[in-house]
Design a protein around this ligand. Structure first.
Ligand code: ATP
Ligand code: MG
Length: 520
């Protein structure tokens, strides 16, 4: 509760004191009365005065002396005083320096109204000062609290930013108009866009319309239902790659009732690709085993058919009869089946990655010889260049790798017919890999054919000239060796190029051997 302002009245005449009390009664104040300066000083010790009304002429201590003493110890503002005096102008001059506005005079005989209103003015002044003091105290307190709050807000915001930016998953917060109001580093990295380009915007200009439709639909759903939404969707990243993401969106309502959407993105592109590859290789392995079993089962009855047909052919008359011709057709067809079966068997066979040291140059010469044995290659120009440094070493399954080159050279021969150029280049590639390029001037590969080039059982050669397993098997073998196989062609009639990459190791330095030799 606010206490009443203290007013000191000092007059050596007790009647005057009573008079003052009566006149000032309507004011809300606490009167401290004293009949001498000494009594006054005693009574006002440790008391804050709003005003002192002091008779100038008093025995012992004059009104002025009292005023001096009252304010002696006060360093700050002086107590306002109304002196009661007879018409002594000189005395008025004396107190000029006391402080502007803090001293007033009432001349005897006293006019009640003047006294009443003068006191009123001082009281108003006092109340105003009190209010200002209170308010400035409050203001000081608030501003201190505000400064504290601001500092802790800044620290927690920085802390939050650090945490959010250290999360590997892209995170964002949107307002109820679907505009980003927070994005973390991972999201900016994914979209290859600085945060400034996203904040305050919907960001929809970064994505194709069909993706935006999904994002917006899910944003709306969360804002309208308030329920969490987890959705698998597509997102084109900053590099233009379409990624598969799972976005979880939740609604957040702040203390003022503003709604926000908090989104966390989980990029599952790589995981999906791995799973697909794994499934494909699993399927292929199952199919391989099945094919091997079936091929094996058919092999025996086929051998019987071929054996018996050959026997029958030998037994019948040498003359070309219709019967003999039919038997020959049966034998040819059976032989064809056998070729297909052996192709199937080699496709399905699991190729172990043996650690033989392989000389690619010699191996390719062997493959050329091998193909030459089956197909005439006299009119085909063959250029083989090997630019490998001596310190690298390739290891693998010799038989399997040879079959790859045989197949590629045979394909090139089939594509070129009897005439053409076959150039083979072996050189060091990037990333610790050896690059083998086999280029021919044959019929080339159309865009359509290119799509299914490495798929099994698709052959473009004339009926009976291929089973369509060579490239599928070859790619499998190369990949088992940790390498890659691709094909290029400018289209039909432009020849074709097959590129194989195989990892190499650096040969161990023979320093140990050298040291031993020197010791001997
Ligand atoms: N160098 C090439 N130029 C043009 N087309 C080619 C070339 N190599 C392969 N092809 C096309 O790719 C198809 C598949 O080749 P792949 O070696 O897998 O099977 P294939 O030669 O038909 O039969 P297989 O090798 O099993 O006896 C070929 O039939 C042919 O149409
Ligand atoms: Mg082939």
């Amino acid at each position: 509760m606010k206490s009443l302002p203290n007013i000191l009245i000092v007059d050596d005449n007790a009647e005057n004191l009573t008079y003052f009390e009566i006149v000032l009664k309507p004011h809300k104040l606490r009167l401290i009365k004293a009949e001498s300066g000494f009594e006054a000083l005693e009574k006002i010790e440790n008391t804050d005065l709003a005003l002192a009304i002091i008779d100038v002429r008093m025995p012992g201590m004059s009104g002025y002396e009292l005023a001096m003493k009252m304010n002696e110890e006060k360093s700050g503002e002086k107590v306002p005083i109304i002196f009661i005096t007879a018409n002594y102008v000189d005395e008025v001059q004396l107190f000029k320096g006391y402080g502007s506005g803090a001293v007033d005079f009432i001349f005897k005989p006293i006019n009640n109204d003047i006294l009443y209103y003068k006191v009123q003015v001082f009281l108003d002044l006092f109340n105003q000062k009190q209010t200002i003091v209170r308010e400035s105290d409050l203001l000081k307190k608030y501003s201190q609290r505000l400064a504290g709050l601001n500092a802790s807000l800044k620290t927690s915001r920085e802390y939050l930013d650090k945490i959010i930016n250290s999360v590997a998953s892209p995170i964002f917060v949107k307002d109820d108009r679907y505009r980003f109001c927070l994005v973390n580093d991972a999201l900016c990295k994914l979209l290859a866009v600085p945060a400034e380009d996203l904040l305050g915007k919907t960001g929809f200009e970064h994505f194709p319309d069909d993706q935006n439709d999904v994002f917006l639909a899910k944003d709306r759903e969360v804002f309208f239902t308030g329920r969490e939404n987890i959705n698998e969707e597509l997102l084109t990243d900053g590099a233009g790659k379409i990624r598969t993401i799972i976005t979880s969106k939740t609604l957040y309502t702040d203390a003022d009732g503003n709604k926000f959407l908090v989104g966390i993105i989980n990029d599952i592109t790589e995981r999906n690709e791995m799973e697909k590859k794994f499934l494909a290789s699993e399927k292929l392995a199952v199919m391989g085993r099945l094919v091997a079993d079936v091929a094996h089962e058919i092999n025996n009855p086929l051998a019987i058919i071929m054996g018996r047909t050959q026997l029958m052919l030998r037994r019948i008359d040498n003359k070309p009869t219709l019967f003999k011709a039919q038997l020959t057709t049966i034998l040819e067809s059976a032989r064809r089946c056998k070729v297909i079966l052996s192709g199937l068997l080699s496709y399905s066979r699991t190729i172990g990655k043996d650690e033989d040291v392989v000389n690619l140059h010699d191996m390719i010469l062997e493959a050329v010889d091998n193909v030459n044995y089956q197909y005439e290659m006299n009119f085909i120009e063959i250029a083989l260049r090997c630019n490998l440094p001596g310190n690298i070493e390739i290891t693998g399954n010799k038989v399997a790798l040879l079959s790859v080159f045989v197949n590629l050279i045979r394909n090139a021969r089939q594509a070129m017919g009897e005439k053409g150029n076959l150039s083979i280049l072996i050189e060091k590639g990037n990333n610790n890999q050896v690059k083998i390029e086999i280029r021919d001037t044959g019929i080339g590969i159309s865009v359509d054919e290119m799509q299914k080039l490495f798929k099994p059982f698709i052959s473009g050669w004339k009926e009976g000239e291929g089973t369509g397993l060579g490239l599928a098997t070859s790619r499998g073998i190369i990949e088992t060796h940790g390498g890659m196989m691709t094909a290029e062609s400018e289209g039909e009639g432009t020849g074709a190029k097959f590129i194989i990459l195989l990892p190499y190791k650096l040969k161990k330095k023979e320093t140990g051997q050298l040291a031993r030799k020197m010791e001997d």
